[in-house]
Ligand binder design. Structure first.
Ligand SMILES: [Fe+2]
Ligand SMILES: [Fe+2]
Length: 207
């Protein structure tokens, strides 16, 4: 029923933004001890993890928006599987931010609302474009995470291990979208997506 779907979707949004997330998988760095870090490296890592946390809030919103408007049950189930892994990422980022002495973005409600709208539009455009949007998003996130791996201190093995696992998962999400029949997005759309994510990452580093 549409009203049930609406309530579940709205509830999921509120939980993503305001509640602490729980991961289904063990944290990839759980077996590693904390290594000593200087203040600058720690602050930088906390800010990068805030950016990644915002990215994961956006991922939840995109998947939720896409599932809300998609009419293909096979795709909705693939979206659900990826969204579950994104929930792990969300929880891992959140926990790591706190360990590094940082805080989550104050603008999460805004990021969520914007990303949900984009996801819902993609879902309504049909499978090919919905999956194409998903594949391109995941590819861009993977490149972005590599950029963070290049910036994180070599000594920060715990943060690096988390980001590394997230990157592997994002690559798998992109591959699964491709296998399900993702279409290649037009170049201007890809450029627009890169531009939007640049604004998000620059802002989330500070706020
Ligand atoms: Fe993720
Ligand atoms: Fe992903």
């Amino acid at each position: 029923m549409f009203s049930d779907k609406l309530i579940t979707t709205f509830d999921k949004g509120l939980r993503t933004i305001f509640a602490a997330s729980t991961a289904a998988r063990t944290r990839p760095d759980a077996h590693l001890d904390e290594t000593p870090l200087d203040d600058a490296s720690k602050q930088h890592a906390a800010a990068l993890m805030r950016v990644n946390h915002v990215g994961e809030v956006c991922a939840q919103a995109l998947y939720s928006g896409q599932a809300f408007t998609s009419r293909n049950p096979q795709i909705v189930s693939a979206l659900q599987h990826a969204a579950d892994e994104e929930t792990d990422h969300l929880a891992w980022c959140e926990a790591r931010i706190h360990e590094l002495g940082g805080r989550k973005s104050l603008l999460n409600p805004l990021w969520y609302a914007g990303s949900f709208t984009l996801g819902a539009i993609a879902g309504a455009l049909g499978d090919k474009w919905n999956l194409g949007f998903l594949e391109e998003t995941e590819q861009q996130v993977s490149v972005h995470l590599q950029n963070h791996l290049n910036q994180l201190s070599d000594s920060d093995i715990k943060t690096r291990t988390i980001v590394n696992q997230m990157q592997q998962d994002e690559i798998a999400h992109a591959d699964s979208a491709k296998q399900l029949g993702a279409g290649e997005l037009p170049a201007p759309i890809k450029v627009g997506m890169k531009f939007a994510s640049k604004i998000m990452t620059k802002t989330a580093y500070y706020i």
